[in-house]
Ligand binder design. Structure first.
Ligand SMILES: [Zn+2]
Length: 154
């Protein structure tokens, strides 16, 4: 049953994608903004408690650092306006997370199913691509020279 529910949800979202009017209604700030606030409140609670309320406003996000690694995915997770991490706080990463905060603002709680449907592979997930794969540390270590040497030889 859960499989068919997932398939139906996927189809419903695909239908919305093709209906400009449905999109406008579902992505109206009256609907999405409370979701963003709710996510931010949840992020403040989660990140606040686990960081001992060491919250800092940096680079367009509220950073909850020194959080144990079991409490978030990858190098860190942005929930609403709150970036929860252990120690991944360089400027590039914060710029990347600020884009995720903007995505939360745009989509509200729709961001959760939309992000999951975009796939677990960050390299093909449109929200990670929009936030910047390099800044997010997904393609770190590959210099532009190394990337160009991967192109097929003519
Ligand atoms: Zn990201």
């Amino acid at each position: 049953m859960s499989g068919s529910f997932g398939a139906r949800l996927g189809r419903a979202i695909a239908d919305v994608k093709h209906s400009e009017r449905a999109r406008r209604v579902l992505l109206h700030p009256v609907l999405t903004r409370p979701g963003y606030w709710f996510a931010t409140a949840a992020g403040l609670l989660w990140g606040g408690v686990l960081s001992g309320f060491r919250l800092r406003s940096r680079g367009g996000v509220i950073v909850a650092a020194h959080v144990p690694k079991w409490a978030f995915g990858r190098g860190g997770t942005t929930i609403g306006a709150v970036y929860v991490t252990c120690d991944s706080v360089d400027d590039d990463v914060l710029e990347h997370e600020a884009v995720h905060r903007e995505q939360w603002r745009r989509y509200g709680l729709w961001f959760i199913p939309l992000y999951l449907l975009a796939g677990q592979n960050a390299l093909t997930n449109r929200f990670e691509i929009e936030a910047g794969l390099e800044r997010g540390g997904y393609v770190r270590g590959l210099s532009s020279r190394e990337l160009s040497s991967r192109e097929p030889k003519k």
